[in-house]
Design a protein around this ligand. Structure first.
Ligand code: ATP
Length: 262
């Protein structure tokens, strides 16, 4: 699969006089796996909202899956985009069963009503839940899950409609060390699978970048500090400018990244 999945040209987002994003030029190719990294308030979530068509930019051109925002029906586009974020998790009814939460994603709804599910859909939902390591939770209600379990179930739901791009907003936030490592490992498997959608992962921490991710965009105060292949972008200088303090960064033999202050 080739081609461009996402293209932003000189994008700005302003709200109440504040520039949340400015001068963003960003192109994501279909086979790429991107990480968007930056400090609190840098504009990462705003950027994902633009990419997921939930937010229209104040200025600039946005093309998602070849369709230009403002000239296309976003309701046709949205089923082709997977998104997992804390804001979406808050809208999940706590009594919703894990299997139903994942299954209903095929219909773009939340909350099971009277739908009859296709057996292929049920098989796919079970496979995705299993792939995310949540097979034992399939009959549990969402509200009873731990933070880590919720994140994994949400990713299964986001993958259910077979999206062409998957946007993950801080999937490892709030996880303990074991939970983080488990999720990072599963995202590595996803990144390495040629059948996977294009991936964009937002995080605060280089330690959360799964092996197999190829590109990085560093964001500070709504502007891009650096972007491109990870091995060019993840330098001490770029990272120090992004987070506003002197940092060093190392890569392990396994391909994971670690940063620390001097
Ligand atoms: N309506 C608004 N008016 C003014 N400023 C806003 C508005 N909405 C968001 N902001 C600001 O825009 C900035 C970017 O927010 P955003 O949520 O995109 O950042 P982020 O990088 O995802 O942050 P975090 O890592 O803390 O989640 C923040 O400083 C936020 O306070």
């Amino acid at each position: 699969m080739g081609g461009q999945v996402l293209r932003l040209q000189d994008v700005a987002v302003r709200r109440d006089g504040a520039a949340l994003l400015r001068g963003i030029d960003w192109t994501v190719g279909a086979d790429e796996r991107w990480v968007v990294i930056g400090p609190n308030g840098a504009g990462k979530t705003t950027l994902l909202q633009v990419a997921s068509t939930l937010l229209h930019p104040t200025e600039g051109v946005v093309e998602v899956l070849g369709e230009r925002l403002g000239q296309t029906d976003v309701f046709d586009l949205r089923p082709r985009i997977g998104l997992a974020s804390a804001a979406l998790a808050e809208r999940i009814p706590p009594e919703e069963k894990v299997i139903d939460l994942v299954l209903t994603a095929s219909y773009g709804v939340m909350g099971r009503w009277t739908e009859e599910y296709d057996s292929n859909d049920v098989t796919r939902a079970v496979e995705l839940i299993d792939m995310l390591g949540a097979a034992h939770l399939i009959r549990r209600r969402f509200g009873t899950l731990s933070e880590g379990e919720r994140k994994r179930v949400q990713i299964a739901r986001a993958l259910m409609p077979d999206p062409e791009i998957l946007l993950l907003d801080e999937p490892a936030a709030g996880l303990d060390l074991g939970g983080r490592e488990d999720l990072v490992r599963r995202l590595s498997v996803l990144a390495g699978d040629f059948r996977s959608p294009t991936l964009v992962l937002v995080t605060h921490h280089v330690e959360e970048v799964p092996v197999g991710f190829t590109h990085g965009l560093l964001l500070r105060n709504g502007s891009v500090v650096a972007q491109g292949p990870l091995e060019h972008v993840f330098t001490a200088d770029n990272l120090s400018r992004t987070f506003g303090l002197p940092l060093s960064i190392e890569r392990t033999g396994q391909g994971r990244w670690y940063a620390r202050a001097h």
